[in-house]
Ligand binder design. Structure first.
Ligand code: 4NP
Length: 155
C-alpha cells in the first residue's frame, strides 16, 4: 500500500466515543510506525458540541492509557465522504445517519468500527449520560480491539 489511507471516526457528539477511537487509532499508528500509511480524524453527526474538547472522562481515559488528545469537535461534512477511505460509526444510528448524508459520489466505505472487534461486540454504546467513567473505559477497550484488528487486516 503506497498512498496514505484516511479513516474518519464518527459518533453523535464527537466528544465521547469518536475522540477515543481517533486517539486509539493514532496511538497504534505511531506505535507501529505507520504514519505514512494512515491518517485519522473524527467528527460528529450532530452539531451540539462543535468546537469543544472531549468530555473530561474521555480525556482522562485516554491520558491514563498514554494518549494525549487535543482536537476539538467538528461536524461531518459532505467533502468527508469523498476524501476519506473509511468512515466508521459507533452504533447503528450513526450508520443510518451517515448513509443518509452520503452523496452519490461517496468514496468512503461506511461501517461499524465494532465489526472488527475479535470479541464480536459490534456496538460501542454512548456513555455520555452515565454517572461515572466505566462506559468510557469500556469504549476504550472496544476501540483498542477493533482498531488493532483493522490495522492488522489492512497491512
Ligand atoms: P458521543 O456522546 O456521541 O459519544 O460524543 C454524546 C455526546 C453528547 C450528546 C450525545 C452523545 N448529546 O446529546 O449532547
Amino acid at each position: 500500500m503506497s498512498e496514505q489511507k484516511k479513516v474518519l471516526m464518527v459518533c453523535l457528539g464527537n466528544i465521547c466515543r469518536s475522540p477515543i477511537a481517533e486517539g486509539v487509532f493514532q496511538h497504534l499508528v505511531r506505535q507501529k510506525g505507520l504514519e505514512s500509511k494512515w491518517m485519522v480524524d473524527s467528527a460528529a453527526v450532530a452539531g451540539y458540541h462543535i468546537g469543544k474538547s472531549p468530555d473530561h472522562r474521555a480525556l482522562t481515559t485516554m491520558k491514563s492509557n498514554g494518549i494525549a488528545y487535543s482536537n476539538k469537535a467538528r461536524q461531518v461534512k459532505k467533502q468527508d465522504f469523498e476524501s476519506f477511505d473509511f468512515i466508521f460509526g459507533m452504533d447503528e444510528e450513526n450508520i443510518s445517519d451517515l448513509e443518509g448524508m452520503a452523496p452519490a459520489n461517496c468514496k468512503a466505505k461506511i461501517g461499524l468500527l465494532g465489526d472488527y472487534d475479535p470479541q464480536g461486540e459490534r456496538i460501542i454504546r454512548d456513555p455520555y449520560y452515565d454517572r461515572g467513567a466505566e462506559g468510557f473505559k469500556k469504549c476504550y477497550q472496544q476501540c483498542l480491539r477493533s482498531c488493532t484488528a483493522f490495522l492488522e487486516q489492512h497491512s
